[in-house]
Design a protein around this ligand. Structure first.
Ligand code: ZN
Length: 274
């Protein structure tokens, strides 16, 4: 998130538009912290829990001072592998596209995806196993001798500085951002556990969210094992993210089916009007 005009991407919003939207929402809705969000006695339907995903440095450094001034609580969900210096698979794909190496990559690993819609198709768990493609990309970059030239995430040191802010809590968005439903039981456990302990070792308990932000956040992104593991580590609910139409007609597949609470999230858009 920055002041530059975002690409025509529904998930991007400029800092200016973000601030305007937050101030407009604040007039009619109450931004609450996680305890108020869970509190059933707090009957107001006009409450919002604000969250961010993926540990981008530009997001946190831009929003943290603003939200502190506005007294708005929020949860910043991180992927612990980014703190170890790894690029998320999606940023590896962006690097591939920037270097114009998509065709070479597809041919070398015999990948059955369209070169034109490559980024979009890699997000579809029916077409792509995010763990396999992430490993192939790692292998490809090593063979091509391509080093990661940028690191867009917060380091552990950055995060500990932001932990001094009053309004922030940190949350678990898995270790690697793989699609959990495509992994084995041990791999799912690893993805959730690694981040769970990263948070516990680095932040006081009151700064850690009891929610889990599901990577990809659609009905295809989790399974019964995911829910079992989330229960095991004591999570109270999972956050989903998908366009509204995706949820329509799919309510029979909701997390409640697994006796687990799921929260649908409104995704940002540059041109929301209130
Ligand atoms: Zn994410």
């Amino acid at each position: 998130m920055d002041d530059k005009q975002p690409l025509s991407n529904i998930h991007s919003v400029s800092l200016n538009a973000f601030k305007k939207q937050i101030i407009a929402l604040k007039k009619h809705w109450k931004f609450v912290n996680e305890d108020e969000f869970f509190d059933k006695k707090e009957l107001s339907t006009h409450k919002i829990l604000l969250t961010f995903d993926d540990n981008y440095q530009s997001t946190l450094s831009n929003v943290a001072p603003f939200l502190e001034t506005e007294n708005i609580p929020y949860v910043f969900f991180v992927n612990s592998s980014t703190i170890e210096g790894n690029l998320l698979w999606r940023d590896k794909i962006k690097l591939l596209i920037e270097k114009d190496l998509t065709k070479d990559f597809i041919e070398q690993y015999n990948i059955q995806l369209s070169e034109i819609d490559f980024l979009k198709e890699t997000k579809n768990p029916e077409k792509t196993n995010s763990k396999i493609i992430s490993n192939q990309l790692e292998d490809f970059f090593q063979k091509q001798n391509i080093l990661y030239q940028y690191y867009p995430y917060n380091t552990a040191n950055d995060l500990s500085k932001f932990a001094q802010y009053r309004m922030i809590k940190f949350g678990n968005h898995s270790h690697n951002h793989f699609c959990l439903s495509t992994l084995t039981t041990e791999e799912i456990d690893f993805e959730i556990k690694t981040n769970h302990y990263f948070l516990l070792q680095n932040f006081p308990k009151e700064k850690i969210s009891r929610l889990f932000s599901l990577p990809f956040g659609s009905f295809a992104s989790y399974n019964q094992t995911t829910i079992d593991v989330l229960n095991k580590y004591g999570y109270l609910g999972a956050l989903m993210s998908a366009p509204h139409y995706y949820f329509n007609g799919k309510s029979n597949l909701s997390l409640e089916k697994y006796d687990f609470v799921g929260y649908k999230r409104l995704l940002p858009k540059e041109y929301y009007r209130f």
